[in-house]
Design a protein around this ligand. Structure first.
Ligand code: AR6
Length: 171
């Protein structure tokens, strides 16, 4: 059975098969978790990202993990929050689904997500966490290599929200 769990940590320290990056469409680095991942991974990551030619919002692309403890980085581009009536929920759902599809296709067993779009891109955390959990749960109902899906929270407040939603979800 696949485990869905929340941790409070810096995602760049996690020893998992893949961490997910909340990237921008150019995939050329930025602030927040994107900046932290590029800093920790080193120049090789930026060089590989340059060759990918960007990524549309809602999609994902994979690179190696370079100096990270994670073997791979799955870069996904979340939606900017514009009030909720501009397809944000569908795009955020697609970020989680596409990342999980890539991980499953590569036969990975563990993956860690940051709270995509909830920083600079302004997506309300409670709604975003609900989408993260329900999309992962729905995906894992199909058979997949994944054994552990981690929601990596950067603040105590985010960690509490994820834990509350995880403890009340219907199985
Ligand atoms: N480990 C885990 N989570 C982190 C870390 C970390 N080291 N650092 C930040 N977070 P954000 P977005 C959390 O802004 O909203 C970038 O400039 C953070 O507290 O990183 O998708 C990109 O280049 C928040 O909960 O991503 C894009 O331009 C979550 O990660 C844009 O920001 C996401 O916050 C993407 O914006």
């Amino acid at each position: 059975m696949t485990l869905l769990k929340a941790v409070k940590d810096d995602i760049t320290t996690l020893r998992v098969d893949a961490i997910v990056n909340a990237a921008k469409p150019s995939l050329l680095g930025g602030g927040g978790v994107d900046g932290a991942i590029h800093n920790a991974a080193g120049r090789g990551l930026l060089e590989e990202c340059r060759r990918l030619g960007g990524c549309p919002t809602g999609d994902a692309k994979v690179t190696s993990g370079y100096n990270l403890p994670a073997r791979y980085v799955i870069h996904t581009v979340g939606p900017v929050w514009h009030g909720g009536s501009h397809g944000e929920a569908e795009l955020l759902t697609s970020c989680y689904r596409r990342s999980l599809e890539i991980a499953a296709k590569m036969h990975l067993e563990s993956i860690a997500f940051p709270a995509i779009s909830t920083g600079v891109y302004g997506y309300p955390l409670l709604q975003a966490a609900g989408i993260a959990i329900s999309t992962a749960q729905a995906f894992l109902e199909q058979s997949s290599s994944l054994q552990e899906v981690i929601f990596c929270c950067f603040s105590d407040g985010d960690f509490q929200v994820y834990n509350r939603l995880l403890s009340t979800r219907t199985t």
